[in-house]
Write a protein that binds this ligand. Structure first.
Ligand code: GLN
Length: 286
């Protein structure tokens, strides 16, 4: 990839234009470049437009070159800058954590609706990753206590760090393989965005997800392995009338509804994301 010469005067505007030319996806190229440059210059977004003729320092051009070439190879922007916004929370992320997706905010929205009328409720988030879901719910409902688990210790450390940085205290983090390390207790709501991508998905070879933790994404040959462990165990950890809420792949709704039905759940309902695709399913334990 051609590098931008650092021995001549380059303005903010020129640097953005150069960056856009290096990136292949035209739908995200400009935004990616702007986020990366803001991060390097430690300036807010409007600065790029208000000061597009400002000359960029050489060491910042070197840093930009380096980030752009990584981005051109598909490395996610969130990992390059070490953070991702989710539910208006600024979350730290690294390669041990799945990057929170905008569609997962739907899961939070739905979870909040389900617990709207329950005071001091207890919520379990299985496979918390960066802590996105657990922290968003905990921030909205300080009266509730959230338990968040993850099988990966470095992931859990990052989630814990996020709770600390955000000053959110009503989340307890537990290192656990789904329910394995939980003490016996009953929750009002179990929520999870488990790994649900099929093992054979080409994204693991050439998509941006190849840089994300496989354990957070790979759901086995049909993408359903995690659901097959979480659903049958849920009745041990839910109160009667408690709810189970999942994010899942757009083609998995029907199979997940069948799985829930086979495990005696009732009021099973799938909802669509903003793209109109099946994305979350909820059910009630009678
Ligand atoms: N939505 C993610 C993706 O398609 C998958 C998240 C998951 O497996 N939980 O990249």
């Amino acid at each position: 990839m051609p590098q931008l010469a650092t021995d001549r005067v380059v303005t903010v505007g020129e640097l953005i234009q150069y960056g856009i030319q290096q990136l292949t996806d035209p739908t995200t190229a400009r935004l990616d470049c702007e986020i990366l440059l803001c991060n390097i210059l430690k300036q807010p977004h409007y600065f790029l437009y208000a000061h597009s003729d400002v000359v960029v320092e050489q060491r910042d051009i070197v840093d930009f070159n380096s980030l752009i070439s990584k981005r051109a190879n598909g490395f996610p922007v969130a990992y390059l800058i070490g953070e991702k916004e989710f539910w208006s929370l600024r979350l730290q992320v690294n390669q041990h954590t799945l990057i929170p997706r905008p569609e997962t905010e739907l899961l939070v929205e739905q979870a909040l609706a389900l617990i709207e009328n329950i005071n001091n409720c207890k919520i379990l988030d299985l496979g918390t990753g960066s802590g996105a879901i657990a922290l968003a719910i905990a921030r909205e409902r300080p009266d509730c206590s959230v338990t968040a688990t993850d099988i990966s210790l470095p992931t859990l450390a990052m989630a814990q760090q996020n709770a600390g940085l955000l000053g959110i205290r009503n989340v307890q983090f537990i290192h656990s393989d789904w329910y394995a390390s939980l003490t016996s207790q009953s929750f009002d709501l179990i929520v999870s965005n488990p790994p649900y991508v099929e093992s054979g998905d080409s994204g693991f070879i050439n998509g941006d997800i190849r840089y994300e933790p496989r354990v957070a994404l790979d759901g086995g040959s049909f993408g359903l392995d995690a659901f097959r462990r979480i659903v049958p165990g849920a009745n041990m950890y839910l109160k009667s009338g408690g709810k189970l809420l999942f994010e899942h792949g757009h083609a998995q709704g029907e199979l997940i509804r069948e799985l829930l039905h086979a495990n005696r759940f009732i009021e099973i309902l799938t909802r669509q994301d903003y793209a109109g695709l099946d994305r979350i399913t909820l059910a009630v334990l009678p």
